[in-house]
Design a binder for this molecule. Sequence first.
Ligand SMILES: [Zn+2]
Length: 312
Amino acid sequence: MINAASYHQSMHVSESDLEPSAGNCPLCGDASRSPIALVQRGPDVTLLRCGRCHGASADRFPKQAVLDRYYAAYYAEENPIRNTEANVTLDKPERLAQRILEHYESEPSTRTVRILDFGGGDGTLSKALAQQLLSSCADAAHIRLCDYSAVPFRSDDGRLRVEVAEDLASVGEGPFDIAIASGILEHLCDPVPELQRMLSLLRPGGIFYARTPAVAEILRLTSRLGIDFDITFPGHVHDLGQAFWDGALCNLPLVGSFRLIRSTPSIVETTFDRNPARTVIAHLAKAPWWLLGRRYKMVGGWEVIVEKERGE
Ligand SMILES: [Zn+2]
């Protein structure tokens, strides 16, 4: 079986552990949805594409108690999958930090950079961002880490402060210079309020980075070919590619003015020196997009950077 993300496991969800089929799109509320393919059989769960916001979501969500069990098991110390070489989220996170900071303008009036890291595990990416900012334009970096299993990284650098928040509601009022949601929105049954909150916590000129899976069209193709393709349901319940993100600022109710300043296939998670085979496959899968643009949809993952408008 091909696995969309080897660092997560799928789990068969029984009938009694599934919510009833949701009629409307859980992202934008629209009723026009069409099937892509099954993500689970017996009971069947289907990935549906919304005709309005173009996000894809499972037609049935797992009950909250099931998700709690799933993530508790996933984060358990003894989980053999989490603790293997294959459990790679991002080789060399400084590569991604550099990519994000290409789009970041520091605020001249403050030398303390504030970063909100939602779902970022131990904060590896936000730490890489902070370190690069401390070596260029910042005197201090404050990170608010908001994650299910947050045990923050250790730092000997007195300029770098990290605090853990249980959820986005308790991260305080901000504002933040940078907010990151890397590989988290697809896990949430109702991600739009969290997305809205993160954007609302940005300062004018601050940036938001998100990375999500975009495997729906790979699933459609493999399904037609009779090949099993695991999108790691119930961990992933949404699939958000280019069509969703390019329209998200118009299709979703947001407070404030925002600008999409980057919308591209996501960074290849692995590097040639650490995971050569996986890295070659990922580059090959994403490469056609740079020639064909949005006609090519099998990129595997998408990433965006959104800037909060500075106003007048
Ligand atoms: Zn929708």
